[in-house]
Design a protein around this ligand. Sequence first.
Ligand SMILES: [Ca+2]
Length: 202
Amino acid sequence: MRSTCRITLVAGMIAFHAVAFGENVARNKPVTLIGGFGVPIEDVYGHGVLAPASSITDGTFTDEGHYWSDNTVWWEATDPSAISINIDLQGSKTITGFLVQADDNDQYVLSGDSGYICTVDFAWGFGMTTRRIVLGSAVITSHLKLVALAVSAPGSDSSYACSEIQAFDGAVPYNPTPEPASFAALGVGVLGFLVRTRKRVC
Ligand SMILES: [Ca+2]
């Protein structure tokens, strides 16, 4: 009986998680980089490997605090307005919020078919940092464009980086979490373990 309860509880937790957060409608969508990415303009910081554009929507966050230009999509510019990360959502999608992992001391703007959507504000941490954005009202768009803002705030600079953009139709997760598919796979594994345990007990 106890094993049956545990199975029911775990299954319930998995089902709750699956419906609790919205779908990442940007997952694995094609990304186009426009402008001079991976080109240093100053020698203040070391520069690492430029990650492929597809890493922006691959569903994978790098470690929080990861060095800004180490295998990320990074760029430098005193006027970054002509440099952008563009995601083709392959059809109109409803978006209620975002998770954006980007360099901590910069400000970015996300726009779509109808222009401005939201500002991805400073995080003031160290290195790559995830921001959670919940929109006041949902937007419908077929593409997303991220541009860095040239700012003069203390601690900001002309060095920018992004490693992940996730756009949700539904509730926005609070922290980087496993995608539903991987979480479901984990759940199947846990269920399998509990079923085997129960069989041994019986
Ligand atoms: Ca990524």
